[in-house]
Design a protein around this ligand. Sequence first.
Ligand code: GDP
Ligand code: IMO
Ligand code: MG
Length: 447
Amino acid sequence: MPGIVIVGAQWGDEGKGKVVDLLAAQADAIVRFQGGNNAGHTIVRDGETWKFHLIPSGILYPGLNCIIGNGVVVDPSVLQTEIDGLRRNGVDVSGLKISANAHIIMPYHIALDHSGEAKLGKLEIGTTKRGIGPCYADKAARLGIRVQDMLDEKILKKKIMAALVPKQLMLRPFERDPEWAPKLDLQQMTEDLLAYGHRLEQHIADTGTIAWNSLQDGKLVVFEGAQAALLDIDHGTYPFVTSSNPTAGAACTGSGIGPRAIDEVWGIAKAYCTRVGAGPFPTELHDDTGTRMRDAGHEYGTTTGRPRRCGWFDAVGLRYAARINTMSALAITKLDVLTGFDSIKVATRYRSTDEIDGATFDTFPYHQTVLHHAIGEYEELPGWSEDITECRSWSDLPQTARDYLDYIADVSGVPVVLAGVGPGREQIVWNNSAAEHTAFSPAAAAD
Ligand code: GDP
Ligand code: IMO
Ligand code: MG
């Protein structure tokens, strides 16, 4: 059994949590490798909805190693709330392991995220305001506080003090703010983190070694990405991106294993596109069709509740995501949301709206200005009207739905191994040819 990386192929919220939960049935470990509680991953099991922000989406399997890798940024209060919520619901969280090297999101990171967006005004990125960017900035500046620091009062205090000095200058506007002032007090921050450290200590571990041992034993390790390719800080629509690398390469650096331990990379994409926050979106729909997608797909952010922008499937973006991830398989989710559309469009290339230029692009433009002016050029495919939420095999799907999935595989150059036909765990159909593209066994999963 191999190392399988799960990555978002669009702008996030593609249904990564659902696919990870599915693969976790045969896994020995699940590793979250980047991002933080900007993520919201949903699992719907037996009619019950679970939303995870930091805890890996394999936690519903009792005792399964669920690792928060070194590449993740951890808000300890969010993590503790998630653990408490799971315990209250009778979930065994003994398998949860947290890398000692993961960085901690501090109250001043959250304050800086708020003030940074306020300063940008109309140019704001639309971040989740969870402190993600400022925390990764401190990591790079070597001013970060790490999970292991919560276990040593002297070191912790020293590190917070060093990190705090430049922040105090930047956070002058919050100096007397009753919401932030108490949270930015050195003594208070130290005490809070020591308390979290005490409670989380049982989960802190040498997580790279745990993943390595599973891989050495030939067992399946699933690397769970958050966010998505087009939000990647290097490869996404910068500066409208997150502050980490949600692409497959980061599965290595973010969990402490080498590239040769990865055998498969699965991209997760919706049957259409969504984006939450600001930034270019060439296939965005501002009309009734977009509203219909938002309503049918319940497209509201899992983390912030914001309405998601909706648009047609973007094959240009997908080909790009496939290349930078070396994607070996695709899972297309939310196919059911397109039921009832007379026809379905796929952008196969971009056209510049710049009147003078009017150029077309088959590949993802590397220049920001070009991308901001790009709109989709579409192929139109016939839709289907049958309810597909009860389909459980490829042959159950209407012919036009299968044609649509085949078309996506063709234009992206990546085989579609499964499609989602509803939010429930069981609402999937495996492609009959899936076994040619993955070592995961759909047959065993069905047992
Ligand atoms: P993630 O961040 O990639 O894990 O995705 P989110 O959980 O933020 O958003 C995906 C949403 O779509 C969740 O509400 C899921 O329950 C839901 N979902 C996942 N797959 C399907 C599907 O095939 N059909 C439908 N209708 N909903 C789905
Ligand atoms: P999952 O894992 C969708 C977006 C934000 C914003 C940009 C930067 O659930 O797919 P940040 O707070 O990261 O600095 O915000 O990235 N964003 C997401 N959009 N799904 C996510 O995670 C996201 N995480 C961040 O909306 O545009
Ligand atoms: Mg999400």
